[in-house]
Every structure is written in C-alpha cells, then in structure tokens.
Design a binder for this molecule. Structure first.
Ligand SMILES: [Ca+2]
Ligand SMILES: [Ca+2]
Ligand SMILES: [Ca+2]
Ligand SMILES: [Zn+2]
Length: 300
C-alpha cells in the first residue's frame, strides 16, 4: 500500500516536470445539426498526446507491480469503489435544483454503465449551492475555478461531480487523471443539469453525459480521437473512427481500412457522441486502460 502511494507520487512528479500544458481549446467536434455540443473536454494536441502516452507507458507497469496486480489485466469487476462528492449548483431563484431521487437515478445509471468494469461509484455527500455565476460557469471560466476551489472534496481518488447549466449548448466536460498533479482543485466532472435521467436535454437525457464525462475522468479518450490513422484512442478493441457519430447511425464505417480500423464504427460506445439511447457499452480494452490510468495517476 505504502509502495503504491510512493510510485504514484513519483509518477505525478515526473509528469508535471515534463510541463505538459493543457490545450485551452474547450470545444471540439461541434455537431452542426443539433442544439447540443456533446462534450467540452479538451482534446490534447498530437504533441501533448505523445508526451502523455509515453509517460503513461513508462509508469503503468510499475503502478501495477507496486499494487501487486498483474500488468496488462484489469482488476476484477466491481472491485474498485470510487467515492462521489455530488455538488448541485442552482441559480439564486433555485433553478437547477435536483431531488435526492434524481441524484440517485443518475448514480444508478452510472453504476449500470460501468457494471462490466472494475469500477463502482459510491455517493458520499451532496452539497447544494445557490450562485448565479457558478450556475452558468463554463469550461476555463473564473466562475469554474471559484466554484471548484470552494466545493471540491477529497483527493485524487475521489470523484467530484458538479451539475449546472453551463450554456452554449454544452453537455459537460471533465479533467483527465494525468491533469491531477498540476491542477488538483480543478479535478472532476461538470455535467449539464438537464442531462440527468428524465431531464429536458433530449436526446441526451438518460444520464449518459455523466457516463461519458466520467470515462474521461478515468482516462479514456473519444473513440474518434486521431481519426483513421495512428493510435486513435489508445484502445485496440475500439475500431478507429474518422469523426464523431451523432444520432445512432447503425452500420457506419467511416474508416473502412487501415491499422485499427477493422470493424464498424463503435457508435454504441459511451465515448462516442451518439444519443444516450444509442450508447450502451465500454469495451474490455477501455476497462483495462481506465484501470491502468487510475492506478498510475490517481492511486486508486
Ligand atoms: Ca481504438
Ligand atoms: Ca472500420
Ligand atoms: Ca444509454
Ligand atoms: Zn468527451
């Protein structure tokens, strides 16, 4: 246990010493045909990606060995419990309020989505804050920094889950495990309040915006990352995809040939941009990558 912690600390130090700057372009892959933007999680540049991934390749074996696990295998299904600190932001009139039932329904969607992975999510506390600026806080804003600085709880192993109405049609954004060392207070996911199960953001109102953003928080990229060439999303069992898929385009094959392109586009994958009713799975390769990412960068 002690050894694992030290390894993680070293990993974080090594990463921050490479001075990996975050890409400040918040919104990529906008859907011109819809009133919502699936995700505002910054897409790293090729250069940042290379640095990040080579660091991860070096560290992940050590992280596995230090925790007594076999490198290359994900831990058992449901064996890693992640504590969740839920933060509901409303405006000063109370718009954006959520009932305990609505929050529990979201937690259930999350746990069902991750049922074939090592991860389980355990709601610890719910905070409720009325603040007009935070209610519309967007990615990279001063309001975001103030909100997270005031409300964030726990350490690298804990998921801080914020709901608000960020505007711009955006559904949510997240930070990656490898971001934690340089910006611990900003760590977490922010999700559009109307995307929770039964919310008004149809067809994105079955709770899978949270599933998707938590996927980033666990270290997963979009399935269309890198297009048809290169290493894509750094997961071998998700076929490469040229661009984000919207709606539920059954049979889509945007990368017909090339390395990593065998098979139809992974449109039902939670890390694509399809409708909530269309996305329903993580691949075993994603479960393994997420497991290695959180072991390496979160000490989970
Ligand atoms: Ca892939
Ligand atoms: Ca293909
Ligand atoms: Ca779904
Ligand atoms: Zn995303």
């Amino acid at each position: 246990m002690k050894l694992a912690k030290i390894t993680v600390a070293l990993a974080m130090f090594a990463l921050s010493s490479q001075a990996i700057a975050e890409n400040d372009v918040a919104i990529g892959h906008a859907n011109s045909n819809a009133s919502f933007l699936r995700c505002g999680t910054p897409t790293p540049s090729e250069k940042q990606m290379e640095l990040r991934e080579s660091h991860f390749e070096k560290m992940k074996g050590n992280a596995a060995k230090a925790s007594g696990d076999t490198p290359g295998y994900a831990r058992a299904i449901g064996s890693v419990t992640i504590d969740v600190y839920f933060h509901v932001i409303t405006d000063t009139k109370g718009t954006g309020a959520l009932t305990d039932t609505q929050i529990n329904n979201q937690m259930n969607v999350l746990n069902r989505a991750y049922a074939n992975t090592p991860f389980k999510f355990n709601l610890v506390t719910v905070s409720r804050t009325a603040n007009d600026a935070w209610y519309t806080a967007g990615y990279g804003s001063t309001a975001e920094t103030q909100m997270k600085t005031a409300l964030r709880k726990g350490d690298a192993t804990d998921l801080n889950f914020y709901t608000n109405n960020m505007g711009g049609g955006l559904l949510g954004w997240a930070t990656f495990p490898s971001d934690y060392a340089s910006k611990p207070l900003m760590d977490g996911v922010v999700v559009l309040v109307h995307s929770l199960p039964g919310g008004s953001a149809a067809p994105y109102n079955e709770g899978d915006t949270a599933t998707h953003e938590v996927g980033h928080w666990l270290g997963l990229y979009h399935t269309f990352q890198g297009g048809c060439t290169g290493s894509g999303d750094f997961v071998t069992d998700t076929p490469a995809e040229k661009s984000a898929a919207y709606g539920c385009p059954t049979g889509r094959d945007s990368c017909p040939k090339g390395k990593g392109s065998t098979g139809l586009d992974p449109i039902t994958n939670f890390m694509d941009y399809t409708d909530d009713s269309c996305m329903n799975e993580f691949s075993p390769g994603q479960a393994l990558r997420a497991d290695e990412q959180v072991k390496t960068y979160r000490g989970l």
